[in-house]
Design a protein around this ligand. Structure first.
Ligand code: DAH
Length: 352
């Protein structure tokens, strides 16, 4: 009997359980009423009385061991079941896309414009968005009450009661930086004028109702070149170069006579429509041409207003809208898209 008990001890010691089925087998064999341990207890009756106590103690030890091992296996199996219930990992699923930001289309186009002009010797100059009437209008030959002011509906910040050139407003064009720059270059060293070849990108404001075709806030790039012997041919060459670099090969360009108070002569620059290739569509209003910039030779009176001698120096200037150029390059037909921050619109410029 003691040998048998020893044998079962060893069996239990070496037993291992890794599943519910094995746990049940263990229970049936060592714990249940039909198991070996119960059977051994029944055998106690046939043990001589003097040995019965010692064998009984051994048997009790075996019974306790079987129960302790069962509890241990049970805990292990349950723990396994709970970790296995975590959702399975599907290694075939595509990875979550790693979203990176991208530049706003107006920033992309502004950078491209800057790069084109920097390569031909223009530097970039900044100027204020809140401006006095003098730098935005007066010095540029827009006299007070002159109808030319109606071309640009203005947001006023402060009206001066005595001197209207001191009125404060949101600049209606980047041409205010022309005026400031000319004045500054004249003052750079007394008695000398430092030639200018600069572009001035920036935000401008007009009191317009917001719609697909008009906005109260948009962007321009102003350009100005003033030195001895600068002529209209230089203006044309510069803008031909710009159009060639910026737009599709084969784009046509034309100069159309126009009027600006601060340039004489003045011209508007049209290019063949990038959308329909010049055949006529609703972007070009069926004409095949779209206007991209205003330009001209700086009016001698503007040079005088800024303290530069027009007998010695001449120059050209131009101004273009960044939204318009972006519209032509990327076929954006509603100006409001630029400021609505709709990611479905903005993401289309990823990697451009
Ligand atoms: N400032 C003009 C506008 O906003 C554009 C312009 C026209 C700028 C002719 C110039 C220029 O420098 O020479 O409509």
């Amino acid at each position: 009997m003691l040998d048998k008990i020893k044998e079962i001890y060893q069996e239990i010691d070496q037993y291992n359980v890794t599943s519910k089925e094995q746990l049940e087998q263990f229970r049936m064999r060592y714990i249940s009423r039909k198991g070996v341990v119960t059977e051994l207890f029944e055998g106690l009756k046939s043990i001589p009385t003097e040995d019965r106590r010692a064998v009984g103690q051994e048997l009790n030890g075996l019974k306790n061991l079987a129960q302790a091992r069962f509890d241990e296996f049970n805990a292990h199996v349950e723990e396994q079941a709970s970790t296995n219930s975590a959702p399975p990992v599907d290694l075939t699923l595509p990875t979550v896309p790693n979203l990176t930001g991208n530049q706003h289309p107006l920033v992309l186009v502004r950078q491209q414009i800057i790069q084109i002009f920097e390569r031909i010797g223009f530097n970039v100059v900044d100027g204020p968005e809140i401006e006095t009437d003098w730098y935005n209008f007066g010095a540029l030959n827009f006299p007070v009450n002159h109808p030319a002011r109606d071309m640009q509906d203005t947001f006023f910040v402060e009206k001066s009661s005595s001197d209207s050139s001191a009125d404060v407003l949101l600049r209606t064009h980047t041409s205010n930086v022309q005026t400031r720059l000319m004045e500054r270059q004249r003052n750079a060293a007394p008695g000398t004028f430092q030639p200018i070849r600069s572009i001035m990108p920036g935000r401008v404001y007009r009191n317009e109702t917001i719609s697909a075709r008009a906005h109260c806030m948009f962007h321009q790039v102003e350009g100005i070149y003033i030195d001895r012997n600068v002529g209209f041919k230089d203006l044309k060459d510069t803008l031909y170069h710009f159009v060639k670099e910026m737009f599709e090969p084969g784009t046509q360009i034309r100069f159309r006579p126009s009027y600006f108070p601060f340039t004489e002569p003045s011209a508007e620059i049209d290019i063949s429509c990038q959308i329909c290739g010049g055949k006529g569509c609703n972007i070009c209003k069926q004409s095949g041409w779209v206007e991209i910039a205003g330009s001209g030779m700086v009016d001698p009176q503007v040079l005088i207003n800024c303290g530069i001698d027009p007998e010695e120096y001449t120059g050209f200037a131009f101004g273009m809208g960044i939204e318009r150029i972006t519209q032509l390059k990327f076929v954006v037909n509603d100006l409001r898209l630029y400021t609505e921050n709709d990611v479905r619109f903005l993401r289309q410029f990823e990697g451009v």
